[in-house]
Design a protein around this ligand. Sequence first.
Ligand code: NAD
Length: 274
Amino acid sequence: MLDSKLEPMATAAKPLAGKSAIVTGSTSGIGLEIATQFAAAGANVMLNGFGDANEIEKTRAGLAKTHGVKVAYSGADLSKTEPVYKMVEDAIAAFGSVDILVNNAGIQHVEHIENFPLAKYDAIIAINMSSNFHAIRAALPGMKKKGWGRIINVASAHGLVASPYKSAYVTAKHGVLGLTKTVALEAAEFGVTCNAICPGYVRTPLVEGQIDDTAKARGITREQVIKDVLLKAQPTKRFVESEEVAGLAVFLCSPHAASITGSAIPIEGGWVSQ
Ligand code: NAD
């Protein structure tokens, strides 16, 4: 039975009130939905990522107004080391602390390993994996000091299993799971959890781009890629929704998730059960 001191999830209207979060790669897709659900749950949020400056400002101001929280934006390019540290510093300056860190920014490239562009390999390793290390390194001391923190790394089903033509991405995502476990062990006695979420295919701009690249790499049509490659992997035969992934992130920040740490949680319609 759950500890009776815990308020049931369903009745906690603003479960993250008073907390401040960074969500990397939150100008689009999964990250934007996580930032939105965090704001709705009462957390201050620092957005990060690329895109049209007016659109980003509209999103930032809209979230702040709708949910009555502080929303900041960092344009840090996470392919480089220094900007990651600056982003965390800026969030601490804006909110006073970083209680929740979601490492979500990511890119993909689909290509046979023999032809894989070296610059793409380096960028995928830097953005999808190394930026997680740097952001955690910068944010963890403050969390430990406060005795509370939540680190969530958005990995992938490709952190658990491989697919051909995604050598850099699969390497980075497997690396993120190793980082997740290590940080979980180092932070365990400080009230800080570190978990990885492993989504299957979610129909975001990242996946839209992949459909074209996969069609090219395999010599098949876009429709065949969706049916015979992407959804073939998922027994539910549907894309995972960003809202489902964001709901899991909110849950991982809740008191009910305090004993979940070092986990790689699949949310992939049964893909890795096969
Ligand atoms: P997306 O393309 O919609 O969003 C990616 C975000 O990362 C954007 O905000 C973009 O601006 C940002 N970004 C890219 N390069 C950056 C950089 N150098 N510095 C800072 N920000 C940068 O993609 P998405 O599908 O929402 O993916 C989000 C995360 O989820 C990624 O880590 C991805 O690997 C993971 N994921 C996605 C799927 C899927 O099917 N969409 C499945 C499993 C895992």
